[in-house]
Design a protein around this ligand. Structure first.
Ligand code: ADP
Ligand code: ASP
Ligand code: MG
Length: 402
């Protein structure tokens, strides 16, 4: 009988120093000693992708998309080689592969490509030789043979898609927190760790800013039912039985399961007559519009701040104002019922809600960026920490399934 295969992914902080890479190696060795075959996906060392991006912007504020991918993919290439060297030195033969060497085929979109298929032959050949296979996250190759990248945070998606393609027993996302919390624990200290979160809730949290998992990785794991776990590189000793958070289940039954925060957004207002043209430009540039806010006097779109420069170049004359904003989103089957209560609680603390957006499993509040952390703490305290919502968390709402 062949050994079970596990895909482990280590993020930027986990790969951040040579010392941390040793900790990563210990996790891998421990899983290997337990009788598993290992395919390991790595991110660039923390700060490296930002450093490379800043270098590119020194050359050109809107760098050529193809060349940006060539540059950014170098971060993961450094990590994979350092980890493979570490394992080899420790006596555990490892081979590193770039996205292209691992045959991770993507579509042709640069900077935000989607994986279309993986030819796993080379990986299986290396596993058959008892090698630990290290794969660079966040990158692939398109039909022209050019390097593509999967969008910020994309190494999670590399890991999950590889786990699906290899029918792995589990995809383990090792990071700098010990699981998925009810809200970003770095912003709200009273955040609670979830033992399990269902796919739709996780997708909604990721979509609205919970960067602990890259959104396409959640969608892929959901569609292909990949066993997915989030756990800490640092809080558990290698080999210890650690559980983290299991992402599984196709239905959300929680009234409110958590909140997501997105602080790097931009509100661009314009005359009503300019909207259609701006929407068209966004589509042509591949810029996602998160929301359209319509008021009698103006209309505005919400986009990510980091794509604003790209858009500004082509629509500058149409913009009447642009300002940074943040979003706080509640996720759960009863999220939309929170509108009135949330507005009231935020208003009591002097926080104005610029706009509210309803989706089937979530409600988003558009807020000034200075108030985001405070708003997140207020709402989390009111609906997760306070006893009434501790109750509503317990309350299992039966969702009819067809
Ligand atoms: P990695 O480099 O390992 O991929 P990321 O920085 O991409 O790690 O994701 C981990 C971070 O996600 C955490 O440090 C935390 O600040 C943030 N985060 C946001 N929302 C959540 C949440 N609901 N649960 C856990 N972490 C969250
Ligand atoms: N290194 C890339 C980033 O910083 C990909 C990743 O970390 O998942 O976004
Ligand atoms: Mg990440």
């Amino acid at each position: 009988m062949s050994k079970p295969l596990i895909v482990q992914k280590f993020g930027g902080t986990s790969m951040g120093t040579i010392e941390n890479i040793h900790t990563v190696a210990k996790h891998i060795i421990s899983a290997k000693k337990s009788g598993n075959q290992l395919v390991v996906v790595v991110s660039a060392m923390s700060g490296e992708t930002n450093r490379l991006m800043a270098l590119a912007k020194q050359v050109d504020n809107v760098p050529t998309a193809r060349e940006l991918d060539v540059l950014l993919s170098a971060g993961e290439q450094m990590s994979m080689a350092l980890l493979a060297m570490t394992l080899n030195k420790l006596g555990y033969p490892a081979v590193s592969l770039t996205g292209s060497q691992a045959n991770i085929m993507t579509d042709n979109r640069h900077n935000d490509a989607a994986i279309q298929r993986i030819d796993t032959t080379r990986i299986y050949d290396l596993l058959a030789l008892d090698k630990i296979v290290i794969v660079a996250g966040f990158q692939g190759v398109n039909t022209a043979g050019d390097i593509t990248t999967l969008g910020r945070g994309g190494s999670d998606t590399t890991a999950v898609v590889l786990a699906g393609a290899l029918s792995a027993a589990e995809c383990q996302i090792f990071t700098d927190v010990d699981g998925v919390y009810t809200i970003d624990p770095r912003i709200v200290p009273t955040a609670q760790k979830l033992a399990v979160i269902d796919f739709p809730s996780m997708a909604s949290m990721a979509q609205h800013g919970a960067k602990v998992l890259h959104l396409p990785s959640v969608h892929y794991a959901w569609t292909h039912q990949v066993p997915l776990r989030v756990l800490s590189t640092f809080d558990a000793s290698p080999g210890e039985v650690y559980s983290g958070t299991l992402v599984k289940g196709n239905d959300c039954h929680q009234a409110i399961c958590g909140f997501a925060i997105q602080s790097d957004m931009c509100l661009i207002s314009m005359k009503r007559t300019a909207l259609a043209d701006v929407q068209k430009q966004c589509q042509m540039l591949g810029i996602m519009i998160w929301n359209v806010i319509e008021r009698p006097e103006w209309v505005a779109i919400v986009i990510k701040q980091d794509v604003y420069t790209k858009l500004e170049l082509v629509i500058e004359s149409k913009i009447s104002n642009s300002e940074p904003i943040g979003l706080v989103t509640a996720v759960g089957v009863q999220a939309e019922q929170l509108a009135k209560g949330c507005h009231q609680r935020l208003a009591e603390q002097g926080i104005t809600v610029i706009d509210t957006v309803l989706n089937p499993l979530s409600i988003t509040f558009v807020i000034s960026p200075d108030s985001i952390d405070k708003a997140a703490n207020i709402l989390h305290h009111a609906y997760i920490n306070s006893s009434d919502v501790a109750n509503s968390q317990q309350k299992c709402i039966v969702v009819e399934t067809i």
